[in-house]
Design a protein around this ligand. Structure first.
Ligand SMILES: Nc1ncnc2c1ncn2[C@@H]1O[C@H](COP(=O)(O)OP(=O)(O)OP(=O)(O)O)[C@@H](O)[C@H]1O
Ligand SMILES: [Mg+2]
Length: 309
């Protein structure tokens, strides 16, 4: 089950906008997709409530009898929207499960500096540094009359991160989202410029979301990724890798969202906080499989919605 996370610690950088669009694109492709907030704002959930039932469906988290958030049965693709300011354990928890991370970045010095710090933290995590979790940048809210796109492209290059292009600043996004729509739900002629801007982003995402189809997909690469991360076989210097793994060892989650219950109104306090969750050693990560629940020695069922291994 491919998991795409939209991450940037800078607030207002366009994470929810990007996440909603990626989920809507998956839905348009006929996939059973879930859009979930890792975010107490629950922006994605609020947006989904506005979405017309006649549109290709996007599921929210399911809430079980124990007020736990779970991936609903039958979901094949997961898109995670994340909060601004996310770092440390919260960020590591998302990275553990993400196959790819898209980072929306606006073009201001403040936005780039914040994104750079986020990128540095991501690269300190073996899954990202080794390329097991791919990372790319999308320029957000770009005014075509400026050199913002070029600035962001050069900035991404300086970091060695693929730059997938830009989305222009337009009220089309704002108005669409207010109606529970994305530009993928509009008539193509209404959003031709924006759909064209999405082409290289989707081109990059497609192999993550649809690996077999991508392998046989002879479609034209409109804008190939300009840079790649370290090859998948790359091995981090032992000292770095061990340092990072040991920093997270013992704090690795049984669930991506041990704090998830606190995100459900009325939910009881989580019994899955890092301190009380049985330590799980860092394991080489393989493809995610959906596991509904796991029984602990304490007895209660803990959701492991994206258990790997
Ligand atoms: N391409 C765009 N053109 C115009 N407005 C946009 C565009 N993308 C996003 N916006 C607007 O920018 C604002 C911030 O976007 P969004 O909520 O997606 O950011 P965010 O990173 O999720 O914010 P937060 O960190 O608060 O969760 C919203 O009002 C959104 O409608
Ligand atoms: Mg948001």
């Amino acid at each position: 089950m491919p998991v795409i996370a939209v991450v940037n610690r800078k607030g207002g950088s366009g994470k929810s906008t990007l996440a909603a669009h990626i989920a809507a694109w998956c839905a348009r492709n006929g996939s059973s997709v879930m859009l979930g907030d890792v975010d107490r704002q629950q922006s994605a959930r609020a947006w989904l409530k506005r979405r017309d039932a006649a549109l290709p469906p996007i599921a929210p988290w399911a809430v079980d009898q124990k007020n736990m958030l779970r991936v609903p049965t039958g979901i094949t693709h997961v898109v995670l929207d994340t909060p601004g300011g996310m770092h440390g354990f919260e960020l590591a928890r998302v990275v553990m499960f993400a196959d790819a991370i898209v980072m929306p970045v606006c073009n201001s010095m403040f936005d780039r500096e914040s994104a750079q710090a986020c990128h540095a933290e991501l690269m300190s995590m073996p899954r990202v540094a080794s390329g097991r979790c791919r990372l790319a940048v999308v320029g957000m809210r770009i005014d075509a009359r400026t050199n913002a796109a070029q600035t962001l492209d050069e900035w991404s290059e300086s970091l060695g991160v693929p730059f997938l292009g830009v989305l222009r600043e337009t009220q089309l996004y704002v108005r669409s989202l207010e109606r529970g729509l994305t530009i993928f739900d509009l008539q193509p002629q209404q959003a031709a410029t924006d759909l064209a801007q999405w082409a290289p982003i989707l081109q990059w995402l497609r192999p993550q979301l649809y690996p077999p189809q991508a392998a046989n997909d002879g479609s034209t690469v409109l804008v190939p990724p300009t840079r790649t991360l370290a090859p998948k076989s790359a091995v981090l210097p032992k000292t770095v890798s061990e340092e990072v793994v040991s920093r997270h060892r013992g704090a690795l989650p049984n669930s991506l969202m041990p704090a998830q219950e606190s995100m459900v109104p009325g939910g009881r306090l989580s019994t899955l906080s890092a301190g009380r969750t049985p330590a799980t050693p860092a394991k080489p990560v393989v493809k995610p499989t959906l596991a509904r629940t796991t029984r602990t020695t304490d007895g209660p069922q803990i959701p492991q919605f994206l258990k790997r291994g």
